[in-house]
Write a protein that binds this ligand. Sequence first.
Ligand code: GAP
Length: 515
Amino acid sequence: MAKNDDQNLLKKIVSHAKEYGYVFPSSEIYDGLSATYDYGQYGVELKNNIRNYWWKAMVQMNENIVGIDAAIFMHPTTWKASGHVDAFNDPMIDNKDSKKRYRADVLIEEHIAKIEAKIDKEVAKAAKRFGDDFDEAQFKATNPRVLQNQEKIDAINERFAKDMAEENFEDLKLLIEELGIADPVSGSKNWTEVRQFNLMFSTELGSLADGASKIYLRPETAQGIFVNYLNVQKTGRMKLPFGIAQTGKAFRNEIIARQFIFRMREFEQMEMQFFIKPGTEMEWYENWKNKRINWHKSLGMGEENYRFHDHLNLAHYANAACDIEFNFPMGFKELEGIHSRTDFDLKAHEEHSGKKLQFFDNETDESYVPYVVETSIGLDRMFLAVLSSSYEEETLEDGSSRTVLKIPSVLAPVKAAVLPLVNKDGLPEKAREILDELKFSVNAQYDGKDAIGRRYRRQDAIGTPYCITVDHQTLEDGTVTIRERDSMEQKRVSIDEVVKEIEAAVDLKPLLKSL
Ligand code: GAP
């Protein structure tokens, strides 16, 4: 079954994540804070592992990419220069009956997605009918119903893109009305005007007596990289093309923050700005699209779960942009963005700071402002992609059931659990000896409570790829059983081998080599 066929999947994931220490509602004892979440004991490990794989793939594996860690607070002029003060807005619209607030652009995009789904359905039906002889491209180019729907989409997209570019909110509202878009909650079509809403959070720096100044919580980590371009280029003696990577928190006062950790007001980004010679941006844009999709696919979460989506409405800084979309429980949605940002940011910072942010090219003997291709992925969204693609409810041969997180082993929070079969006869001591050896290389845990079957189920629910069981035979011949999470197969191996086998199975090296 496709993930998005299961309407309840997201709900199940939210409650599983809470029950097993992955994600908790923030400040829950005070009834929580909307769209804000805390990562629990397993969540933080998964998050660290995702971040670590990204960092190694982007920084450690590329001689010409280095990392930084810039402050969240930045000089307020940064955000004037970057365009965020004037242009980091979403068009919002309220429903007068339900009093619910929506993003006008999202309402239209969702309407387009519904028409696209009709085309997909038509194609799937025809593919079934024609079998191996089916030519999808030809079908799409000739089928009257598909063509009719495609024409509708094109017409909406054209008007939508124009309205957004010209900030024509009157027409955006008309478009919503003409398309008959109703409030998804109440079904009402009684809409207010469309208004702009700036997404940046602001606060005061310094005490009021000192004359406090207004500063912003960064809405993207990228600007911390741009303002450090020259520092890194000079101190690292970097030559174009080179990249600067950074991970860290970003904040946006989203109009609608929902769908668990998919859209939050406080989230973490992993971004890389790649500085290049002007004119080479399309080549590098394609190059980074390939590199990033390979990084995703290397994790084995299903190649069919990814697709590219080109942006029609380009952000104020981009001349080409696309998303890598993932098949989340709510359907295909943006996971990562790849943007060709031209020299927009560095030029704007030159103008506002009065400092030259250029590169002297020895080959051509000229100075210029580099162009930039960026890759930007939300760590929390990647976390949700991992969690939702790994969650499975299985009925076993004996009729019992289990809930298992088939998280890629390299990312799993706990790599191995060591379980004494019984809590006596020296088995717990032997199990601890094994744990004491394992813990130097992998995150492992000891689990001695409850019957062995229940412990296996608990480790399945956490997503632990290996369980090592210590029994009476272990004391006689130094062997243990190792149980693999997904197949549930068990085999006997020596204690020395078990450590080596687990270290090899969770090693990032083969993945990094495959990139
Ligand atoms: N520097 C470019 C930039 O920030 P973006 O497309 O606005 O581009 C990049 O954001 C990524 O950050 C997105 O693909 C998404 O994964 C993540 N992201 C953006 N807003 C988010 C939110 N409110 N909650 C969680 N993740 C978010």
